[in-house]
Structures are given as C-alpha cells and as structure tokens.
Design a protein around this ligand. Structure first.
Ligand code: HEM
Length: 405
C-alpha cells in the first residue's frame, strides 16, 4: 500500500474522468513519481499486466521492503504470491462463489429493509451513514461470526487504516508523514488483532457455523493456518470488503443523481441494475489502484523499472482509457462489453466481487423500489473521502418520497 498520495489533487476526486485523463496526458503511459518513489502505470493494457503478471509484478512487499518487520503482521492472500497464495485462496474461495453468496440474498434484503425502515418516514437520509456503511459491515460480521454491534469499532479501525489525512502532505516532510502512517497502521492492527484473538480463542473452544471456525479447522497439506494468517485474513475481510462496497453504493448514487432519467429508468426496469452497477464500477471505481513490486528489471514504453521498485497500476485511469472503452467520458449503463478493472485481474481478482455485486444490486434495488424522487441535497457540496486508494463520497445526503405500498 503506498504511503502517500502520488498526486495531491487526487484527494478530491469528484470527477475521476477529468483527473485521470489529465494524469494520463501529462505523465504519459508510465512515469516515475520522484516524491513517492514508485512507478505509475496509466494505460489499460499495462494496468492489466501489472495486476495479473504475478511472476514479474509481485504482491509481496516484504520481499523488497525497507522495513520488512512491518509486514510480519499483515500477510494475507492480498499480499502473498504463489504457491502460498494459491493455497490460502483455495481455502476461502468456496465461501465466496456466486452460488454460495446467493444463499444470503434474503438476509441482505432483510437488513436493507430494516435500515430503510428507520428513515422511511423522515423523507431524507444519508446514503452512506444510513445504508451503505452499515449494510456490508453487518453482512461480513455475520459471515465471519463476530457481533455486528461491534461495528463502531470496526469503522474506526477501517478509517484509521484506509483514510489518512493527506491535506498537510504537500507542505509536510515525506519521511515524517510516512512514519506517522506507519505508527497509526501498527497501532490499529494491534487493536484489531487483540479483538480477533479473543474471537479465535472462543471458536477454538466452541466452533460455530462461521468463517472464523472454518479457517481454524482448515488444513493445507495436513497443516493448519498459523494464527497470524487467520488474523490477517479476518482483518482483510473486515476492512477491504467494507469500505469498497460502501463506496460502490455511494458512487452509484452520485452517478445516478447526475442523470435522473437513469434513476427513473432503473426504478422501472430493475433488471438493468447489474449492468448499471458495472458501469458505476468503471466510472467511479471504489478501489483506485493495485500495488506491486517488480521482481526483475522491466521495460515498459521505453522506460526501465528496476528490480524491487513499487509499481502502481491506476485502475481508474485504465477504466477511462479510450483504447479499451469508446467514449470513456460517457456514463452509459448499457455499455457492452465493459471489461473494467475495478476488481483487479488475474489470480488476485477480488474474492468478494460476487458479494459486492449482490449487495449493491439488492440495496439499490430496494432503495429504488421503496423510495422515489431520490435527489442529492444541493445545499452542500459533495466531499469525497481523503484516501490515495479509495474513492467515494464521505456523506451523501438525499431527499426522497416513500412510495405507497
Ligand atoms: C482483492 C476491489 C469488495 C475481498 C481486490 C482487488 C481489488 C478489489 C481491485 C485486487 C487487489 C490486487 O490485485 O492487488 C474491490 C471492490 C469492491 C470489493 C471495488 C467493492 C465494490 C470486496 C468484498 C470482499 C473483498 C465485499 C470480501 C468480502 C477481497 C479479497 C481480495 C480482494 C480477500 C484479495 C484477493 C487475492 O489477493 O487473491 N478487491 N473489492 N472485496 N478483495 Fe475486493
């Protein structure tokens, strides 16, 4: 994970098309970011390569890190290469197939109805605080088997890891800044791990029908997972799976609000929602980048990336590359094909993609079914969250009329 925002103006990414088109034009297909000391790749074909050619672009930062000790806690499928990656992923992939996930659709619908019941009479809500934040946290807590009432704590931990304040970075000292981020991440992981250690101890004594119990029982070639691996996996699910899904739903609202006729069309024809969600994933990708390390010297567009250096593949830039998407600036819910890279590509392709898609489809479907004339409140400008790698609105206050049923 990069420690600093490579381009300061990315902290306010309300219109990612404009920002990323400017970056691609200004910096060319590949550029070295002197300040952040990593390489950046902007075109579709190259981002696809960086994401998926794992022999050349490693996900395991500990192999090349200046501070390898920082990685002892955080190793998970996201940050391992084959063969370990394949083994770890095979343990959990069954739990996240579209078919396995489909069985929780009724539960996702029930949670959504419950959340909307709480705001239906007031005629206004914050899409983030009232719907898109709590929904994925409750769902993943139930899958993992931890109490969803603890979600205020999960939110604080997630925020501490994902959102660092970049505002003071342009004037500040990079080394000091990186040190501050490192301390925050370390402290947060300590707290999270302490929390999950208690859960693991309880499940060891009394296994239940949940993912934590399954991970404890899982064996790879006769060996159980280490406690550190289980802790890293729980942390990854809790953090990676939540903020991104929250932002997918928030970003969908922003996109639909910009084209009210699309919102009306989707209310009338909910079967168009899955395709519309794919276009939201392309147009306002919740995860902006993938990070890798060059395992050998790589030549890209005439530039040489030395062994061990970090390479950032800008998903959002790839998703606006005119070579891959005709008229990339147009938000078009009928776009076919739509081979966006919002969930990455290759062996690290997002494990939670079926779940994220299902949650977004159900939440937005029920929202449009129950409420009409959903309009973002214009009296406050949209503020996007401050993060170098996640995109979405901090708040999304809307007004609506509940439909009579
Ligand atoms: C991997 C995005 C939701 C769990 C990834 C990657 C991306 C991504 C881009 C690839 C990272 C890389 O190649 O380095 C998203 C987006 C989501 C979302 C945009 C929502 C819209 C979820 C959910 C879960 C989840 C709901 C879990 C419940 C994971 C895991 C990985 C991953 C475990 C690592 C897979 C591996 O390394 O093999 N995600 N994600 N994600 N995601 Fe998601």
């Amino acid at each position: 994970v990069p420690m600093i925002n490579p381009r300061d103006f990315l902290t306010q990414l309300l219109y990612p098309y404009d920002s990323f088109t400017a970056l691609r034009t200004d910096f060319g297909p590949v550029s070295y970011n002197e300040r952040a000391r990593f390489w950046e790749v902007f075109e579709y074909d190259d981002v696809l390569r960086v994401a998926s050619e794992h022999e050349t672009f490693s996900s395991d930062g500990s192999k090349f890190a200046a501070h390898p000790e920082e990685f002892t806690k955080g190793q998970s499928i996201l940050t391992t290469d084959p063969p370990r990656h394949r083994q770890l992923r095979s343990l959990v992939s069954q739990a996240f197939t579209p078919r396995a996930i489909a069985s929780i659709a009724p539960r996702i619908a029930a949670i959504t109805h419950n959340l909307l019941d709480q705001v239906a009479e007031q005629g206004s809500m914050d899409i983030i605080a009232d719907l898109s934040y709590p929904l994925p946290v409750i769902v993943i807590s139930e899958l993992l088997g931890v109490p969803s009432e603890d979600r205020a704590r999960f939110k604080r931990w997630s925020d501490d890891i994902v959102f660092s304040e970049y505002d003071d970075l342009s004037s500040g000292n990079l080394e000091e800044y990186n040190e501050r981020v490192r301390i925050t991440v370390r402290r947060t992981l300590d707290e999270l791990y302490d929390y999950f250690r208690v859960v693991l101890a309880e499940r060891r004594l009394q296994p239940r029908q949940d993912l934590v119990s399954e991970l404890l029982a899982a064996q790879i070639e006769g060996q159980s997972l280490s406690e550190a691996e289980i802790l890293a996996f729980c942390t990854l699910l809790l953090i990676a799976g939540n903020i991104t899904t929250t932002n997918l739903i928030g970003n969908a609202l922003l996109c639909f609000d910009e084209q009210p006729e699309v919102m009306d069309q989707l209310a009338k024809s909910p079967e168009l929602l899955p395709q519309a969600i794919e276009e939201v994933l392309r147009y306002r990708s919740p995860a902006l980048l993938v990070g890798r390390y060059a395992t050998r010297e790589v030549e890209l567009h005439g530039q040489t990336i030395p062994t061990g250096q970090m390479v950032i593949g800008w998903i959002s830039s790839a998703n606006f590359d005119p070579c891959a998407f005709p008229q990339p600036e147009v938000f078009d819910i009928t776009r076919t094909p739509n081979r966006h890279l919002a969930f990455g590509h290759g062996i690290h392709f997002c494990l939670g993609a079926p779940l994220a898609r299902l949650e977004a489809k159900i939440a937005l479907g029920i929202l449009l079914e129950r409420f009409q004339q959903i309009r973002r409140k214009r009296d406050q400008p949209v503020e996007t969250i401050h993060s170098a790698f996640i995109l979405g609105p901090k708040h999304c206050p809307v007004t609506f009329k509940a439909r009579q049923v």
